[in-house]
Design a protein. Structure first.
Length: 77
């Protein structure tokens, strides 16, 4: 599969006693933690990548064999 860059999402990092917690503001369920900010950022990127990949795989199974229109979507807020 061709790699693509996704931008414009908001990562939120909060310092806690154990390190950092983080989430993607626009996508519920994409969250993580880490001991350092650097490791937390890497973990959040992995969590987002996994969520998007999984959602695409599930959507592909849902539409497999049935007519569907798929296109890239961009919006401005």
């Amino acid at each position: 599969m061709k790699k693509e860059k996704i931008s414009g999402l908001t990562a939120v990092y909060r310092k806690v006693r154990e390190g950092y917690v983080a989430y993607v503001e626009e996508i519920p369920g994409v969250n993580t933690q880490g001991r350092t900010l650097k490791s937390t950022k890497a973990n959040l990127a992995d969590a987002l990548r996994l969520a998007l990949t999984t959602n695409r795989e599930l959507a592909e199974k849902e539409t497999h064999g049935r007519p569907a229109i798929k296109e890239k979507l961009s919006i401005e807020l």
